[in-house]
Design a binder for this molecule. Structure first.
Ligand code: G6P
Length: 609
């Protein structure tokens, strides 16, 4: 999704901007651009459809330098990917980059056309730069013009704005889309994600909704939505992992799959004792809130939504607490009936997904008991705006297709479910059993990643297929959904998942020798039921690929390929069986030659609605 970088320094900032864009590439984008104010106070604009490397080629052909600049990676919403729709957009001496969507762009466009402005792109963004220009005129008080313009904007925005007439000033504003100010020494920066600036600073100001900031080399002035000057804290982010490094792996996705034993361990660290979940695991306020919880509403998008679907089985089984799970883009637009004592839980890798954030903000008006987020990014909007937060310790996830974020979400959710079950009568024996299993998880995860070669061999059967069906029962049904999502995201094979018991109510009509059917078949109480469902597939000539442990009693035969996985405790099966499905989609994508880390049309962090 779109990315913003901006810089004001006493050195040429071109390379800082480009490095920032490279660090944001993983988010998914289709064009890139940069605009610098050069030594003659002229705007130097370079834009290119395609990758940051294409922009670099353009800069090599027509070099530009300056101590003030803004840069952008665009993920098309209004107007196709193209050079002219790429940001920055310019009006006179003013240049602007924008993340988000301006919902009232049409009336504003008409108004500005009447004033004589000519539009050269199809974007909603160009409206904003002309609006600022109309309020400022070339070169007159950029800050006042940006502030006045934000009063006219409806929708979501993070803006970075410069003027060739004010080469000592960078102005930025946010509402509904994330934006941070990176604090340096005699130089300052802006970005839509701190990761873009980690090479130049570790100190950040997280702008709040409605903030407008004026940045010079020496200082940063922030005004809130009422126009009052406010002091926002500077956060020092620790070194963390440098996600920009693929190490010995060919793709980030591959690296992230293999990191799972370590990040799962990091997510458990300090949160479980020998036989119990430590009460501090969910934060200081958990002991007040958890005993009051009578119901849980989980809200998320994409892969995080699938994690929520798994948690529902655990919550209802272990804690006896009713749980609903819904995608954020749906719940935020319907009338919901909220029962007293309902905890509102969001799950998100990025903590910035626009629909999830909007659903949380709306929930605050609806009488929920409290809000909690399970999130991977400290200081993200969801973390800052939720009352409780439980961090996953996955480290930065770069591959668009989520892998380690998902399994660490499941680990965090399991801790949450056990903690809630404890205040709802879970026996100490059962808790000890669940915690004992969690202690084994990192090592089992290692064994499951060891299935790589076996899964690679199996993947060949999928390379020429156009469709695939994933089946699971019970808590494995969401894992089948996640397996299908991974395959479609990165290999572009149409894949869908069904609870195996629903097979005969429709999808069986699709089954023939061309339809591989992937089955998640741990040795649980539903195994015999699942086996009957698989007979229905075999009887129609369907090709089965069964992921099962030896104890489940499957054998490979013509039409049935059994991918034998290690035996594992039932409570861990959803977490562990995810791994071979991730590997399957990875290897199929390799065979198909797709862009594994940045699949077409998709974005890592969806900060627009
Ligand atoms: C995008 C990503 C998915 C992710 C979803 C939700 O679609 O490509 O990988 O699951 O957003 O993102 P979140 O950051 O809220 O987990």
């Amino acid at each position: 999704m779109c990315g913003i970088v901006g810089a004001l320094a006493q050195r040429n900032v071109n390379e800082i901007l480009l490095e920032g864009l490279r660090r944001l590439e993983y988010r998914g984008y289709d064009s890139a651009g940069v605009c610098l104010v050069d030594g003659d106070s002229q705007l130097q604009l370079r834009k290119s459809q395609g990758k940051v490397a294409d922009l670099e080629a353009r800069l090599a052909a027509a070099p530009a330098a300056g101590q003030l600049g803004i840069a952008h990676t665009r993920w098309a919403t209004h107007g196709a990917p193209s050079d002219r729709n790429a940001h920055p957009h310019v009006s006179g001496q003013i240049a602007l980059v924008h993340n988000g969507i301006i919902e009232n762009h049409q009336p504003l466009r008409a108004e500005l056309r009447d004033k004589g402005y000519q539009f050269t792109s199809d974007t909603d963004t160009e409206v904003v730069v002309h609006l600022i220009h109309s309020l400022a005129g070339d070169g007159r008080d950029l800050l006042a013009a940006v502030t006045a313009a934000t009063d006219r904007l409806e929708g979501a925005y993070a803006l970075g704005v410069i003027s060739a007439d004010e080469p000592e000033t960078l102005v930025c504003a946010r509402s509904g889309s994330p934006l941070v100010v990176g604090v340096g020494i005699e130089e300052n920066f802006i970005a839509s994600d701190p990761m873009a600036l980690r090479q130049v600073t570790d100190r950040f100001i997280f702008l709040e909704e409605g903030d407008v900031a004026e940045i010079s080399r020496a200082g940063i002035t922030v005004r809130d939505k009422q126009g009052e000057e406010v002091s926002r804290p500077v956060h020092k982010l620790d070194g963390g992992h440098d996600a920009a490094d693929k190490g010995r792996y060919r793709h980030y996705m591959q690296k992230e799959i293999f990191e799972q034993p370590a990040v799962v361990e990091a997510t458990l660290a300090g949160r479980i004792g020998d036989k119990s979940v430590l009460s501090e695991a969910l934060g200081a306020r958990a002991h007040e809130i958890l005993p009051e919880v009578q119901q849980v509403q989980i809200v998320a998008c994409g892969t995080s939504y699938h994690a929520g679907l798994v948690a529902r089985y655990w919550l209802e089984d272990w804690a006896g607490i009713p749980c609903s799970v819904e995608v954020a883009s749906e719940i935020r637009y319907r009338k919901t009936a909220v029962r007293p004592g309902t905890l509102f839980v969001t799950i998100s890798q990025s903590g910035e997904t626009a629909d999830t954030l909007a659903a949380l903000r709306q929930a605050k008006e609806l009488g929920y008991l409290a809000s909690m987020t399970i999130c991977n990014v400290p200081n993200s909007s969801l973390v800052r705006e939720s009352e409780l937060s439980l961090m996953t310790e996955a480290g930065p996830e770069i591959g668009v297709a989520s892998t380690k974020a998902f399994t660490t979400q499941l680990v965090a959710l399991q801790l949450f479910c056990i903690a809630l079950a404890k205040v709802n009568g879970l026996s100490t024996e059962r808790e000890a059993e669940l915690v004992k299993a969690l202690h084994q998880l990192p090592q089992l995860m290692e064994q499951f990643t060891g299935l790589d070669q076996l899964v690679q061999d199996t993947s060949e059967a999928f390379a020429e297929k156009h469709h695939a069906l994933f089946l699971g029962r019970g808590v494995e049904y969401p894992i089948a959904l996640e397996g299908a999502l991974k395959l479609k995201e990165i290999s572009y094979i149409h894949a869908e998942a069904y609870p195996a018991g629903e097979l005969k109510h429709g999808p069986l009509a699709l089954v023939d020798a061309d339809m591989p059917v992937v089955v998640v078949a741990p040795n649980d109480e539903l195994l015999e039921k699942l086996k009957s469902n698989l007979q229905e597939v075999r009887a129609r000539g369907g090709q089965l690929f069964v992921f099962a442990s030896p104890q489940a009693g499957f054998t490979s035969e013509p039409g049935v390929t059994v991918v034998e996985v290690p035996d594992a405790p039932e409570s861990l099966a959803p977490i562990l069986y995810t791994v071979p499905l991730q590997l399957l989609s990875y290897h199929v994508a390799l065979l198909k030659g797709t862009d594994v880390d940045q699949p077409r049309n998709l974005a890592k962090s969806v900060t627009v609605e």
